[in-house]
Design a protein around this ligand. Structure first.
Ligand SMILES: C[S@@+](CC[C@H](N)C(=O)[O-])C[C@H]1O[C@@H](n2cnc3c(N)ncnc32)[C@H](O)[C@@H]1O
Length: 844
């Protein structure tokens, strides 16, 4: 899929090479047919060469390479399927095949690897010799299977330094080349990928180069060469060690008994992890979000309410990373990890006496505190009853970041709990030890190897089109893009079996895709298999386009998850340059498949009761029946929704409609909105005083005076006229019930986006936006109106996450195949129902 254009270039190169060769009849003037060559470039080389006989027996050669023996002409045109393309291709016809050849006195055998002459200024190419043959016109040729260096892959030269220079990747690109392109032999060892990089290093022989993965262009896939993952479809009876983030749990449904733990980083209100767990459950895998981290306290509150099973950490990811490192040290200190030197009596001496790498966050902070000369504590006569929690950061906001424990004081209640620095607790080592022991048992903070799956969308605000200070030369030097590094560092520390990163499509556009390339480069450098896909939310059953990039990573011993193909008919929008074009998750045009029609805004929200601009009720009855299948399923009660915990403390409020409130527009904007006609496509251009001139640009109607609002301000504001140089139709734009919405936004202001309800004078409500994102209605949100819009607008569309969760489930059970794409056996929103027996209640 998507490879047609590339193949055409190669074919053209072959044509050019053949033409020029037959014209000049020059044995030494050859064209190198490498997939990376943009044009066929001639590489002249004098070499002594010959195919070394005897030739392979004719019948054996015909059996092994039948396409080479079909014609007496040098080239036979025909369809070739070998490299999974269905285009017509050119096959050089052979007189004989050989298993040896000599170039400049050096003997090459089939299967040997060689450097191949590149054009001046470029590193020589690297090939495996997979065929040696003489053409009909008696020219010696070899068929190359190319190896890629990191810089030849999507990682490219800007991020190649992340990988060992000796590491190359076997491609599935083959082509024919004259024998005199070969320069010299190269030893390339095959080694097993291993996320324990130190152990892996020991297995790398002295050879010049080594390889452990294949690289293929569709979905920019780095994958194990041999997938030796045993099928583990018997998980319902097996217990996987908790070492790898799995543990046995009781379950009375058909889902596996083995629990796989999920860490949701930059979790927001938890849409991504909610969907992933639902999808995994549909594939028979019990995935549970055990930890979530987000800097936004309201998002954390929403996630906690909907997922009481999750330990939600309201902190920055960078502090969380420091905490992970400190926690590991604490567990070592108390011999919980089988440390070599367990401390006697559980003493909690400060870690500057430890024999470690000195990189610990606490040490760094402690040193800074000492440098500040304020490392002494004031000792007061309070007694610690017990420690309740742990964090890394500056919980008291006194500019002293470090490791802190939350203390319950003897004789005092919870309102007196305080955060105390680690050092301040040196007089109660037993309490610290007790807390760490219990925390270790309950996995309060994950340890390396303890997390099965990490998901998250690290914000890269440095690439936003709105950011005037975008640093295109060194995107990672921009503090706003730092979270991508933090995210990868957390993966490097915890070493989960699976990784899924989500991001905006701009990650592939900004600075020639530097950040996307970096993300893949980091995963591959850690020895994860990886692939990247771009998905359109509307293609999975919501009335919103929304394109996002998803990067899978899988431990070398696991199957690399696939991308689920669309279930609904929505054309993906927007263009992504360069090789990222290859990653759009879609059926190819030639595939015949039956997709559901795209959902419309009306399908999603037409059952919701009318509310006004100043609506103040957060929780209400529906008051209207569900009209569409989408509405019936999105209204499912919590107890009927797949994978949502039912025994929550808020059961009494079940079956209510939450968050159906709009951001209240100020009086001026409200007056403007009231005057935008209630018809399809209406916007500020329909207000008096505006005319549409040449090139679809708005102009003031000079025949009339500028209309004023009650406040005296202009009805049509200047910013609307100037937006996108007067060409935009978005300011104060009305949506229409038969449309699909472009994308759900985080700021519900109508000044530069079409977010007005089709027939009511207000912006879409939080719940209406949540419907467009596929949140079940029972998913309640917390925080101010603005905060709730942000949570919904930031979210991964739930059906996309469900689809990916399903693909993950198949991979972790070892039952998915090696293709990058798969077909879903269910559709949203029906898949939300806990059981197909559930009677959908469409009453009000
Ligand atoms: C795109 S949203 C994630 C949405 C989420 N995946 C979902 O599906 O609902 C990014 C989140 O990152 C959080 N965030 C931003 N900077 C952060 C940081 N330094 N540490 C932790 N969270 C951060 C924001 O509060 C926001 O909720």
């Amino acid at each position: 899929m998507g490879r047609g254009s590339k193949r055409k270039v190669e074919k053209q190169q072959l044509d050019e090479s053949i033409d020029s060769e037959s014209e000049t009849q020059n044995e030494d003037s050859t064209t190198l047919l490498h997939p990376r060559s943009k044009k066929g470039r001639k590489v002249a080389r004098d070499a002594e060469l010959c195919l070394v006989g005897p030739s392979i027996a004719a019948d054996e050669a015909r059996r092994r390479w039948p396409l080479r023996y079909q014609s007496k002409n040098k080239v036979k045109k025909q369809a070739v399927t070998e490299t999974s393309n269905d285009e017509e291709d050119d096959v050089l016809q052979a007189r004989n095949h050989y298993d040896k050849a000599k170039v400049d006195g050096c003997l090459y055998k089939l299967g040997d690897n060689a450097y191949v002459q590149a054009e001046d200024g470029n590193l020589n190419y690297i090939a495996r010799i997979v065929e040696l043959f003489e053409t009909i016109d008696k020219k010696p040729y070899f068929k190359a299977q190319w190896f890629y260096r990191a810089e030849d892959t999507v990682i490219n030269k800007d991020n190649a330094h992340l990988l060992d220079k000796r590491r190359v990747f076997l491609s599935d690109i083959h082509d024919d080349n004259p024998l005199n392109c070969i320069l010299s032999k190269v030893e390339i060892a095959q080694v097993a990928p291993n996320i324990d990089l130190v152990a892996k290093e020991r297995t790398i022989p002295q050879s010049e180069l080594y390889y452990d993965m294949k690289y293929s262009l569709p979905y920019l896939t780095f994958k194990n060469i041999v997938t030796e993952t045993p099928k583990r479809d018997s998980d319902t009876s097996s217990v996987v060690s908790s070492e790898c983030g799995s543990s046995e749990c009781n379950s009375n449904n058909t889902t596996s008994k083995v629990e796989r733990s999920l860490l949701d980083l930059y979790s927001g209100c938890g849409a991504m992890s909610t969907g992933l767990c639902m999808g995994a459950s549909l594939s028979g895998v019990k995935l549970v979000t055990r930890w979530a981290v987000d800097i936004n306290s309201y998002a954390c509150k929403s996630l906690q309410w909907n997922h009481p099973e999750t330990k939600v950490r309201n902190e920055t990811a960078e502090d969380f990373l420091c905490l992970l490192k400190e926690w590991e040290k604490l567990c070592q200190k108390f011999s919980l990890l089988g440390a070599d030197k367990p401390l006697e009596n559980g003493s909690s001496e400060t870690s500057d006496e430890e024999d470690d790498d000195g990189q610990g966050c606490e040490e760094e902070q402690e040193k800074e505190r000492e440098d500040d000369g304020d490392s002494e504590d004031s000792s007061e006569e309070f007694e610690v009853e017990r420690l309740l929690d742990i964090c890394f950061g500056d919980p008291n906001q006194v500019n002293k970041p470090g490791l802190y424990f939350k203390v319950r004081w003897k004789g005092y209640d919870a309102s007196y709990d305080t955060w105390e620095p680690m050092k301040g607790l040196s007089n109660c080592p037993e309490k610290v030890k007790d807390f760490v022991r219990k925390g270790y048992k309950s996995n309060i903070v994950p340890l390396p190897g303890n997390v099965y799956f990490i998901c998250g969308g690290p914000p890269c605000q440095g690439i936003s089109g709105f950011n005037r200070f975008r640093n295109g030369n060194a995107p990672l030097d921009d503090i706003k893009n730092k979270q991508l590094v933090v995210y990868m560092d957390i993966i490097e520390h915890l070493k989960p079996r699976y990784v899924l990163m989500e991001n905006v499509v701009d990650i592939l556009k900004f600075a020639k895709g530097f950040l996307g390339r970096y993300a893949i480069g980091r995963l591959v450098s850690m020895n994860y298999q990886a692939r990247m896909g771009m998905m359109t939310a509307g293609s999975y059953g919501v009335a919103q386009c929304r394109m996002r990039v998803f990067l899978w990573g899988a431990h070398p011993s696991e199957k690399l998850p696939q991308y689920p193909l669309p279930t609904h008919e929505v054309a993906s929008r927007g263009h992504v340059p360069n090789e990222f074009e290859e990653i759009n998750v879609a059926y190819s045009k030639s595939d015949t498949c039956q997709l559901e029609r795209a959902l419309t805004l009306g399908d999603a929200i037409s059952d919701l009761p009318q509310v006004n601009n100043d609506e103040s009720v957060d929780q209400r009855k529906y008051g209207k029946v569900a009209r569409t299948e989408f509405q019936k399923y999105i209204r499912l009660q919590r107890k009927d929704v797949i994978n949502l915990t039912v025994d929550t403390p808020h059961a009494s409020s079940l079956g209510m409609l939450y968050d159906h409130r709009p951001l209240q527009l100020n009086a001026d904007d409200y007056e403007r909105v009231c005057r935008v006609p209630k018809r399809k496509g209406a916007n500020f251009r329909d207000l008096p005083g505006v005319i549409v001139g040449e090139n679809n640009r708005v102009e003031w109607d000079t025949t009339m005076e500028r209309v004023k609002l009650k406040s005296g301000k202009p009805l049509v504001p200047d910013y609307a006229m100037k937006f996108v140089k007067g060409r935009s139709t978005k300011p104060f734009g009305r949506l229409w019930m038969d449309e699909i919405v472009k994308t759900v936004v985080t700021r519900a202001k109508p000044h530069n986006q079409s977010i007005l309800h089709p027939s009511q004078d207000r912006v879409l409500t939080i719940r209406e936006n949540a419907r467009l994102q596929g949140f079940p209605d029972c998913y309640k949100l917390f925080g101010s109106i603005k905060e709730r819009y942000i949570q919904v607008g930031n979210a991964v569309a739930v059906p996309v996450a469900i689809a990916l969760g399903y693909a993950f489930g198949l991979a972790c059970r070892g039952v998915s195949d090696d293709e990058p794409l798969m077909i879903l056996p269910f559709k949203f929103p029906k898949c939300l129902a806990r059981s197909s027996q559930i009677e959908v209640d469409d009453s009000d």
